[in-house]
Write a protein that binds this ligand. Structure first.
Ligand code: NDP
Length: 235
């Protein structure tokens, strides 16, 4: 029997697909939102999370099928651009997809999570949220916003029985950065820079998300948990 529905954005590929598989394995019915609508487990719905109306309709469609006990905001994109030529439009598009969509999804899911009781929201941030990365001001700002959204909603919604946690990956091998990570020079740099000596795999992020859902650690909320092979602390 299903433990209830969990909405996972960006479930069609990469970290989101691994999270969907992990939650499916743990007995949840995964509603996977992505532009393609593809889903290997549960069911998929086509949705552009950067489009507020599309996101609102998708959350409502999931809720119409049954109780929503969780939300994983994972959809996101990365692009590096030198700050001196970064257009305002590109900055705002990055913020809209990586940060505003997180807030909108949380807000739309809120009444359903309250109704189900004991709701959990996991926002996929990034270890870039606390790093100074050249040519990454938009991405870093968007992920710092995810950490702030997580903290603030956690404080505001704790009494509604909703916990909000930011899971912040380091370098994980997915479509988002496969070409970058395959470069010989990057491999050598990663060997020196990441204490565990390698990039992570999507399943390593997914397992943490699975534990957060399964173990229901009621005193844990508002935090950012890094899954980065120790890189963020390695100054
Ligand atoms: P991928 O590029 O492999 O996958 C992105 C997923 O998001 C796809 O399922 C894609 O599906 C979906 N997506 C993209 N844009 C939209 C949109 N507008 N609306 C709905 N869905 C969308 O990325 P990763 O798996 O690597 O990244 C997932 C998350 O993890 C992101 O938030 C990223 O910032 C974060 N992260 C990743 C790291 C890494 O090293 N890979 C490191 C730190 C954080 P579709 O194309 O069908 O819409």
């Amino acid at each position: 029997m299903s433990s209830g529905q969990v909405i996972v954005t960006g479930a069609s590929r990469g970290i989101g697909a691994a999270i969907a598989a992990e939650l499916d394995r743990r007995g949840y019915t995964v509603a996977g939102l992505s532009r393609s609508g593809e889903a290997a487990v549960g069911y998929g719905l086509p949705c552009d999370v950067a489009d507020e109306a599309s996101l609102r309709e998708a959350v409502a469609a999931v809720a119409a099928r049954g109780p929503v006990v969780g939300l994983v905001n994972n959809a996101g994109a990365h692009r590096a651009t030198p700050s001196a030529v970064l257009g305002t439009g590109e900055f705002e598009r990055t913020m809209r997809l990586n940060a505003t969509a997180v807030l909108v999804a949380c807000r739309e899911a809120y009444p359903h999570l309250v109704r189900a009781g004991d709701g959990l929201i996991v926002n996929i941030g990034s270890f870039f949220d606390r790093m100074a990365v050249p040519e990454n001001v938009a991405y870093c700002a968007s992920k710092a916003a995810v950490a702030a959204i997580t903290r603030c909603l956690a404080a505001e919604w704790a009494r509604d029985g909703i916990r909000v946690i930011d899971v912040a990956p380091g370098y994980i091998e997915t479509d988002l950065n496969r070409a970058f990570l395959a470069r010989e020079s990057v491999r050598a740099w990663i060997g020196r820079r990441i204490p565990v000596g390698r990039p992570g795999q999507p399943e390593e992020v997914a397992r943490l998300v699975g534990v957060l859902f399964a173990e229901k650690i009621g005193f844990l909320t508002g935090e950012t948990i890094y899954v980065d092979g120790g890189q963020g602390n390695n100054h």
